[in-house]
Design a binder for this molecule. Structure first.
Ligand SMILES: Nc1ncnc2c1ncn2[C@@H]1O[C@H](COP(=O)(O)OP(=O)(O)OP(=O)(O)O)[C@@H](O)[C@H]1O
Ligand SMILES: [Mg+2]
Length: 325
């Protein structure tokens, strides 16, 4: 897919809205039969043309994610006035935060959670090996599914300039942040094991249907809880949920507060919970059909409902995960 200009596309539906932008389903203006794509618009404040040019250039590295089955494909980045537009593969079932809300049981089975884990671990390993980056923003809204049953990650941080230019608070991300990112040790960089912590929080949320930490009245109390309080696997609700020993052990490996003791991405890929498995679209597809919509992946026009979901408002986003009990 080569996209020369934003003049070639039209917006078809809204897929999500956050504080500083929105994601739309789009198609080619002159070829309505072409496969739909997604476009994320990020509204920047106080930026200049040079900065936009640099952001678009830095985002170009995303093209290198093309060969990984676990990374949402990137088609191009553009800017107009103060808005950066990132055009990418449309994941037509949407993100896991919204899937949890739509699922009949409100949570995923361990078999599905294992599939999400395989995809995220595969995506993180690809980012490390081929782009030499860590993701920095693993959370349910950045893990997407499509009607083929594929699961892929998106929204990893490649542009330092974009990061600098975004005036918004990273509230949504804080909830999944590893303790060493909240309170860094002197002279120590965080590494891929910070993503492993975020993956652990995400998988616990998917399997329980709830963000595991108790809701705090403000973000500082929340962060203090992550740094000083019990980890998700030490909480009663998790212990009482009846997970298999393999899943419990996998989660425990993600939740060592000292990153030096935490498993690496590579080690987790060999863990009993996922090591003997490979990515299996049919497991995810069967769950999507049973839990979300029986027509997913069939010829029937099933996904109007997904596109028509009420959009998150800025204030929803500030409240953090939708599933906080
Ligand atoms: N490629 C895509 N295909 C389909 N839906 C998408 C795609 N990318 C994002 N979305 C939808 O748009 C919503 C908003 O995405 P967006 O990335 O703007 O917000 P977020 O993930 O909540 O926050 P962040 O900016 O920290 O990543 C997502 O929750 C998801 O439902
Ligand atoms: Mg996102």
């Amino acid at each position: 897919m080569v996209l020369a200009s934003l003049d070639d596309v039209i917006k078809v539906a809204a897929r999500g809205r956050v504080i500083q932008g929105a994601v739309y389903e789009i198609t080619l203006k002159d070829r309505p039969d072409a496969a739909a794509m997604a476009m994320k618009e990020i509204e920047l404040q106080q930026t200049n043309e040079a900065s936009c040019v640099q952001i678009v250039r830095e985002l170009d590295i995303l093209k290198r994610g093309k060969n990984c089955p676990f990374i949402v494909e990137f088609y191009g980045a553009f800017y107009k006035e103060c808005t950066i537009s990132i055009v990418m593969e449309l994941m037509d079932v949407g993100s896991w935060d919204k899937l949890l809300k739509r699922a009949k049981d409100g949570k995923a089975t361990e078999a599905v959670v294992a599939q999400v884990a395989i995809s995220v671990l595969g995506g993180l390993q690809f980012l490390k090996d081929h782009l030499k980056i860590i993701h920095r923003d693993i959370k349910p809204s950045n893990i997407l599914a499509n009607t083929k049953g594929e699961v892929k990650v998106c929204d990893f941080s490649v542009s330092g300039e974009l990061h600098k230019s975004m005036a918004r608070t990273y509230t949504g991300t804080f909830y999944y942040m590893a303790p060493e990112r909240i309170r860094p040790k002197k002279s120590k960089e965080y590494d891929v094991r910070s993503d492993v912590w975020s993956l652990g929080v995400t998988l616990v949320e998917l399997s329980m249907g709830n963000y595991p930490y108790p809701k705090e009245s403000n973000v500082y109390a929340m962060l203090s809880h992550i740094v000083n309080g019990p980890t998700p696997v030490e909480m009663d609700a998790y212990k009482e949920a009846g997970f298999t020993p393999a899943f419990v052990s996998f989660c425990e490996s993600c939740f060592h507060k000292d990153a030096d003791n935490r498993s690496t991405n590579k080690e987790l890929m060999e863990h009993d919970f996922v090591g003997a498995l490979s990515a299996d679209k049919s497991v995810v597809l069967a769950w999507l059909r049973e839990q979300v919509d029986s027509t997913i992946g069939t010829a029937a026009p099933a996904l109007a409902a997904a596109a028509a979901l009420p959009e998150a408002t800025a204030s929803d986003e500030l409240k953090g995960p939708a599933t906080v009990p």
